[in-house]
Unconditional design. Structure first.
Length: 430
RNA sequence: GUACCCGUAGUUCAAUGGCAGAACGCCGCUCUGUGGCAGCGGUCACGUGGGUUCGAUUCCCAUCGGGUACCCCA
């Protein structure tokens, strides 16, 4: 067995699974999406809120639901030296409700309109549009009453965000899953329908029949899918209040000319949802780009006074994915910059001062002072597509002048240094 | 957590059980104070660990990472 040279190198370090670096070239689109969300938040009177990235594990166990996948297997948990059980937040609605109760935010007057943006974590197998560290934007309205106008307002804001980002072809799927009065009745109805058909269901659905029968409705197994067509529909079993509520939401949406699709099988997997639930999907994408709903009992559950609320969260990575698929540019437009070039050591020494002068006058200037040759510097200017180059050499330094070269056609002239700013501004305006 | 596919330069891709190649990129030269074009040269890689073998980037196993489906969700 021939010895292969023992390699001295360490195994290369990689970012953790499902967690990605955001490189300089990615920043532009991220910044644009965040800014758009902030602008819309501002315009529609939503206030920004930030909560810690770590929360007590119990917060999500109590609210999202002990039996949900998120809590059962998707939380990054850690135990501190003080034996506190903390988790990397898997979502934000529960944390906002917690903050609302903790700081008595209801005292600031309701409705309270909040938005957020930041990283979230779920321990899952990554795939397209699904990461272990991902980013969400969310908007929430917490109010005195469960007025359907708030459901609509929150959807409106979501609509505006996607529209402003030039996304097309997305649809709002919407459903109502009732309240604590009517949902249990529907649940029983559903179980009664499925129980005799147990033999025809997939294994998962047989299990869910007892734990969470609503989930049978969005099972993707072929055999389960055919059965659900005949299954009782929840909106036929809503109580009068929930029914009227849902009807109003739809009417308000129509008033705004926001088109929606009723989806009787949309249920969503988080325990705290009540009444309205909705999702934004786009034909070309295998996943939804945003989802949300009403959560009327969540705040009460966390010890606050009953405060109905409604909101949604959208995945930034998913929005970007959708934009790319639709051919929407996610790259920045190259800003034209004046390119400064020096020749020789004497000129180099004075370069920094001249560049500072340009910047003081808010002229965007690029340079590659680390390079020696004029050729190389011009080459760089070319790559940046700079429209104008300033060339400063020994001769110019003695004469107190500078060459202004139009890089689009090669025309150039020597002007006094004192008139540099004025000349450039004229060039850029004309 | 399960299943299948995939890891070769910065990027996109080749080839091979026996010295690892192209294009683009990057750096330089032709051109010592004038870019884009062209020519020439240079630079950079077999994810990691183990096994089989005289010899492994190639075959096998494991691991890490990526993709996809399920699960679920933004």
């Amino acid at each position: 067995m021939a010895q292969k040279p023992k390699s001295q190198k360490q195994p290369p370090l990689q970012s953790p699974k499902g967690m990605h670096d955001r490189l300089p070239e990615d920043q532009y689109i991220w910044e644009k999406i965040r800014r758009t969300a902030e602008d819309i938040g501002d315009y529609y009177n939503f206030q920004r809120i930030d909560t810690p990235i770590l929360e007590q594990a119990e917060l999500f166990e109590r609210t999202v639901g002990e039996a949900t996948d998120i809590v059962e297997k998707q939380m990054f948990t850690l135990t501190t030296k003080g034996k506190e059980r903390l988790v990397l937040r898997p979502e934000n609605t529960a944390a906002i409700a917690r903050a609302f109760v903790q700081h008595s935010l209801s005292q600031r007057g309701l409705p309270l309109k909040l938005f957020y943006e930041g990283p979230f974590f779920r321990y899952e197998q990554p795939q397209a549009g699904r990461l272990r560290e991902f980013h969400q934007i969310g908007f929430e309205i917490l109010s005195m009453e469960d007025d359907p106008i708030y459901d609509t307002q929150v959807i409106l804001v979501l609509f505006r965000l996607l529209e402003t980002l030039k996304l097309k072809g997305f649809t709002v799927s919407i459903n109502s899953i009732g309240c604590k009065n009517c949902r249990p009745l529907y649940r029983k109805e559903l179980q009664a329908y499925y129980r005799p058909l147990k033999g025809e269901l997939c294994a998962d659905c047989v299990r869910r029949l007892d734990t969470n029968p609503l989930r049978l409705l969005d099972c993707k197994e072929e055999k389960c899918r055919t059965l659900k067509d005949e299954a009782p529909i929840i909106i036929d079993h809503l109580c009068t209040h929930c029914h009227a509520h849902f009807k109003s939401v739809l009417e308000y949406l129509e008033e705004l000319k926001i088109s929606y699709t009723l989806n009787h099988h949309l249920v969503r997997g988080l325990d705290y949802y009540t009444k309205t639930v909705f999702e934004i999907t786009s034909e070309s994408l295998p996943f939804s780009i945003a989802g949300g709903g009403r959560y009327d009992y969540l705040i009460e559950l966390l010890g606050g006074r009953p405060t109905p609320a409604v909101g949604w969260a959208g995945g930034i990575e998913r929005i970007i994915e959708a934009m790319k698929l639709q051919g929407i540019s996610t790259a920045p437009k190259a800003k034209p910059k004046v390119f400064f070039i020096y020749i020789g050591d004497l000129a180099k020494k004075r370069s920094l001062g001249i560049i500072e002068e340009l910047r003081r006058h808010h002229i965007d200037v690029a340079e590659s002072l680390g390079r020696e040759s004029l050729r190389a510097q011009l080459h760089n200017a070319d790559k940046l597509a700079s429209p104008l180059a300033l060339i400063f050499g020994q001769k110019e330094a003695f004469e107190e002048s500078i060459i202004v070269r139009d890089l689009t056609n090669g025309a150039q002239e020597t002007i006094p240094l004192a008139k540099m700013i004025e000349t450039i501004k004229k060039r850029f305006l004309s």
